[in-house]
Design a protein around this ligand. Structure first.
Ligand SMILES: *[C@@H]1O[C@H](CO)[C@@H](O)[C@H](O)[C@H]1NC(C)=O
Ligand SMILES: *[C@@H]1O[C@H](CO)[C@@H](O)[C@H](O)[C@H]1NC(C)=O
Ligand SMILES: *[C@@H]1O[C@H](CO)[C@@H](O)[C@H](O)[C@H]1NC(C)=O
Length: 597
């Protein structure tokens, strides 16, 4: 192990220190986040025009490092290292990550040190500095509206060396819309918590039933929050979906008769969601109310919008579908997972709804082996949006969802053959950081528009095996879940490449499928050279030549899909042929650096 010592360049003399006062979380910027697990490294930031100001409060008298990284690693990261020497002289440098070593000094300095202070008594260093959002320097990361993967580090002394440092990474959205605050005194909080031992399987979808409030009139839900109180629940709760429960019109049973005996309130923990034999009333709970995914934070609605509940008097029931992720198949791990919502009878102007767009969770989503950037597309067809109200839907919040192989997601919007600005995108998708993200500008989707979700996957980590569409975190999904108003019944608008065509393109002549307790599973019967389980045969027996791969990708990306438009609540469906609009005019975001290079 080589300990690298490097000389320190002095870039700025700003505020020189003395240990007069001891700040505790004295960061006075709009956003503050703790980056480590112990509260020793606190970051504040605020965007002012085209500039972003950062302030770090770190529990060290040594050097402090901070960076923004394309992937969460050191390579390609835009990094600063700063601190205050024992003699009170500050130092601060713009650096560029070149691998697992001390980052090299950037050729061109784009960061400006504003304040450097050290507090001997509390053992803290405070650095305040700024940078242009987009410096147009190849060695600086342009800060955009998508996920920023922050990296942090700190040393015990002012000698900068790579080893023996405390460091970590954390994703956040540095640029985001203002999230309204929820005044908890003016709303009622309704928690729904499941406390049970996680199943000892790799992937479980577990459904539990919960009583909702009893309401005589319509109310609005105005916010949601996940309740994951322990490190176990944070680690193993991959995502959850809260569903509305209804009984079909004309049923001779009441809601209470159907659901109450199955609720957590009655001591029933629930069962596997996709179990055909389940005695639980799972089939009555299909409409999404809230989706939370790993890393997600509290969601608060805009002030004029609420999710309607209690349209009919009586007690409400909800089903919570929790995806437990237990790759080590641990046994005996018990913890609480759940959700709470805030509701009020002070009705707001608009009723909000939730719609899921993207590629269906099916095997025609197959990512070829050893591919770092495979594109999957799912279209919401004009034929489906034709059913939207004449004024269209106003989208105010977006959650992009894929699993471990997902690298980028983009929600594209077409009107006729003109592409409009993307509804949302993430070029630095982080599976551990999925947010219900308020949009900076609300988007109107009009009848006849098309919305296409594009996902880019990396399958190289599977060492020659394919990645299949599916429910496990090691399988894939390509979804954009949009919150909008006014609420309509349609809540799925997606597409898939035809499954029969998909399978036969591998040269398969006979196959069959079996219902499992999750999705259909496919088996190849002929030719004998490919016989067996679809995943294994296509991973190990099929020869993925480069030529096959390019035709394969092109047909799925540019070819015709089966578009589907569904109402989850009652199963009503429509199908359409859909592909990209013909000869469309592509949307190109403004290049702020076009004239500077
Ligand atoms: C972020 O999104 C807003 C709204 O769409 C846009 O005006 C702004 O230019 C974007 N900022 C960057 C840095 O891309
Ligand atoms: C409702 O009707 C079904 C037959 O359709 C019957 O088996 C069941 O007992 C009835 N339930 C009640 C509560 O009347
Ligand atoms: C796969 O196909 C390529 C090109 O036709 C061929 O060179 C290679 O030997 C084949 N590999 C296997 C394992 O059959």
């Amino acid at each position: 192990m080589i300990k690298l010592l490097i000389s320190l360049t002095l870039l700025a003399f700003v505020a020189i220190t003395s240990a007069k006062s001891v700040p505790t979380n004295g960061i006075n910027l709009k956003n503050v986040e703790v980056l480590d697990n112990d509260g020793k490294y606190i970051l504040g930031w605020e965007v002012v025009g085209d500039e972003i100001i950062f302030e770090i409060e770190a529990a060290t008298l040594g050097w402090v490092g901070f960076g923004i990284s394309p992937t969460g690693g050191m390579t390609g990261a835009d990094i600063i290292i700063g601190g205050v020497m024992p003699d009170g002289v500050p130092y601060f440098e713009d650096r560029f990550g070149v691998g697992q070593t001390v980052p090299k000094v950037d050729d061109h300095n784009d960061w400006t040190l504003l304040v450097a202070m050290e507090f001997a008594l509390s053992g803290k260093t405070v650095l305040r500095f700024s940078r242009a959002l987009n410096t147009c320097d190849d060695e600086d990361y342009p800060i955009g509206n998508d996920t920023s993967r922050l990296i942090w580090s700190m040393g015990e002394t002012d000698v900068i060396q790579y080893h023996n440092t405390q460091r970590g990474t954390k994703s956040t959205n540095l640029l985001h819309a203002d999230v309204p605050e929820v005044d908890l005194d003016k709303v009622t909080t309704w928690p729904m918590i499941l406390d049970m031992e996680m199943p000892d399987q790799d992937t479980s979808y577990w459904c539990s039933f919960h009583r909702g409030p009893t309401l005589e009139t319509k109310n609005h839900i105005v916010g949601f929050d996940a309740k994951l109180p322990s490190s176990e629940s944070l680690r193993h709760t991959h995502h959850f979906i809260l569903y509305n429960c209804f009984i079909p019109p004309g049923s001779n049973e009441t809601m209470d008769e159907v659901f109450d005996d199955h609720t957590v309130d009655k001591g029933v923990t629930g069962g596997h969601c996709y179990d055909e034999m389940s005695p639980l009333p799972i089939g009555y709970c299909k409409e999404y109310v809230f989706v939370w995914s790993k890393g997600g934070k509290q969601m608060v609605f805009p002030e004029n919008v609420g999710y309607p509940i209690g349209n009919e008097p009586g007690k409400l029931y909800y089903m919570l579908e929790i995806h437990y992720d237990n790759p080590d198949k641990l046994t005996g791990v018990q913890f609480e997972s759940g959700v709470e919502f805030y509701y009020t009878n002070e009705l707001r102007e608009h009723d909000a709804g939730l719609v899921t767009l993207g590629h269906d969770v099916e095997i025609s989503l197959t990512v070829p082996p050893n591919t770092p950037d495979f594109l999957v597309v799912g279209h919401c067809a004009p034929g489906c949006t034709e059913k939207f109200p004449a004024d269209g839907l106003t989208v105010f919040n977006s959650l992009l969802h894929s699993h471990l192989s997902g690298r980028k997601i983009k929600t594209r919007h077409f009107r006729g053959n003109v592409e409009l600005p993307w509804i949302d995108f993430d070029d630095h998708y982080d599976f551990d950081y999925q947010q219900n993200k308020p949009l900076m500008e609300y988007v109107k989707v009009l009848p006849g528009d098309q919305v296409t979700v594009e996902c880019i996957y990396d399958s190289t980590w599977k060492n020659g095996e394919i990645v299949l569409g599916g429910l496990s975190t090691r399988e894939e999904m390509c979804e954009a879940i949009l919150w909008y108003y006014p609420k309509i019944d349609i809540d799925i608008c997606g597409s898939e490449y035809d499954i029969d065509m998909h399978i036969k393109e591998f040269g398969v002549t006979e196959y069959h499928s079996e219902m499992t307790n999750t999705l259909n599973k496919y088996f190849i019967d002929a030719p004998p050279s490919l016989e067996g389980d679809f995943y294994n045969s296509i991973s190990f027996k099929f020869n993925w030549t480069e030529e096959f791969k390019s035709g394969y990708a092109d047909r799925r990306q540019n070819g015709m899909h089966v578009g589907d438009c569904h109402v989850r609540k009652d199963g009503e469906s429509w199908y359409f042929d859909v592909a990209y609009p013909e000869n469309y005019e592509k949307y190109v975001p403004e290049d702020k650096c076009a004239n500077t290079n």
